[in-house]
Design a protein around this ligand. Structure first.
Ligand code: PLP
Length: 360
């Protein structure tokens, strides 16, 4: 099986597995005052320090959550009171579903936020702006630093969903100039079940908790933290970035697909190094995904399928792709993707594209 769906979840990194297993051997609730509790607490605090340093916040301003979805929700509810919420049109459902009444900020045909429109919206009063650093379907990067400068000028807060950039390219709360940043363990090669919201000192002080519980995480997120998962999360985040290697392999996959008739999405925009979205004219995305799956290759559709019903991707539609939105698959390379995997993908894609297009 060749796994090219890393944007859904990355394979577990060996360093993360090792840290996870070592921490599973430790008994203790980090809130307990005895030696076992203190040992568990030391593991959580070491992970907090390492993740905070890597992603540009103070350890005291990092809140562990159950994953990216909860980190996004915490930012939205915790910082949004009294503010109008503005969401990029291509945001993940983690934010869209949690803020159905939000004002939608359009994107251009490359999938990048319309910054003139942002400035116009911010002139209308206090706001919380939520933008993703990279899009999960296309890999397109928003101009976050520019958006942050506009938000600052208008006194708006900026939450950045960095779930897809963390572990792939440099991403940092401080460097981006955002007020909060969401990251997720399983998207960077750690175990599923943990994420984090990193905040500036001011945003952390203003944050309202979503879950109060027993006052863990300095009262910002109740619930006993999953010590072993958090240890694995931090270990995975320490892995060196491999953007150049992945971009070279991704480009090879993309060129092979183009030669077989594919049209790639948003190649002119700055993108994640591991991601390409490929349209095959006339062939439904689900058909392509199933055909590739039968050939032993795991990719995903740009269009989401729920209860047997294929709905077109809101991301590709917001970019104005029209019917292409239903004919586009996502190929996302993992930290362990090798040249041989790309060669196998290229061969399978060429065969399938020819067959499917003749049948269409
Ligand atoms: N944000 C983005 C951009 C994502 O791609 C995802 C997952 O697909 C999430 C948030 C949600 O993260 P999690 O799966 O950790 O809840």
């Amino acid at each position: 099986m060749i796994y090219l769906d890393a944007n859904a979840t990355e394979p577990l990194r060996p360093s993360a597995r090792e840290a996870l297993l070592a921490a599973l051997a430790v008994t203790g609730n980090p809130s307990s005052v005895h030696a076992a509790g203190r040992q568990a607490r030391r593991m959580v605090e070491a992970a907090r320090e390492s993740l905070a340093a890597r992603f540009g916040a103070r350890p005291a301003d990092l809140v562990f959550t159950s994953g990216g979805t909860e980190a996004d929700a915490l930012a939205l509810y915790g910082l949004g009171a009294g503010r109008r919420v503005i969401l990029g049109a291509t945001e993940h459902d983690a934010l869209r579903a949690a803020a159905p009444d939000a004002t939608v900020l359009p994107v251009d045909r490359h999938g990048r936020a319309d910054l003139d429109r942002l400035a116009a919206l911010l002139a209308q009063g206090p706001a919380l702006v939520c933008l993703m650093h990279a899009n999960n379907e296309t890999g397109v990067l928003h101009p976050i630093a520019e958006a942050a400068a506009i938000c600052r000028r208008h006194g708006a807060l900026l939450h950045v969903d960095a779930v897809q950039t963390a572990g792939r390219i440099g991403t940092s709360l401080a460097a981006l100039g955002a007020d909060s940043l969401a990251i997720s363990s399983h998207k960077l090669g750690g175990p599923a079940g943990a994420g984090a919201l990193l905040l500036t000192e001011a945003a952390a002080a203003a944050l309202a908790p979503l879950i109060r519980g027993g006052g863990q995480e300095r009262g910002r997120r109740g619930g006993t933290p999953p010590v072993a998962i958090i240890a694995g999360f931090a270990a995975a985040a320490e892995a060196p970035l491999e953007a150049d290697r992945l971009a070279a392999l991704r480009d090879r996959a993309e060129q092979a697909a183009i030669a077989a008739g594919a049209v790639p999405v948003a190649v002119e925009a700055a993108r994640l190094p591991n991601t390409t979205a490929l349209s095959l004219p006339g062939v439904a995305a689900q058909t392509q995904v199933i055909a590739l799956d039968l050939a032993g290759i795991c990719v995903s559709a740009g269009a989401a399928c729920s209860s047997g019903k294929v709905t077109s991707s809101h991301v590709l539609e917001a970019m104005g792709l029209g019917p292409r939105a239903g004919e586009t698959i996502r190929v996302s390379l993992a930290w362990n993707t090798a040249a041989a995997d790309i060669a196998a993908f290229a061969a399978a894609y060429a065969t399938l594209a020819g067959r499917l297009r003749r049948a269409a």
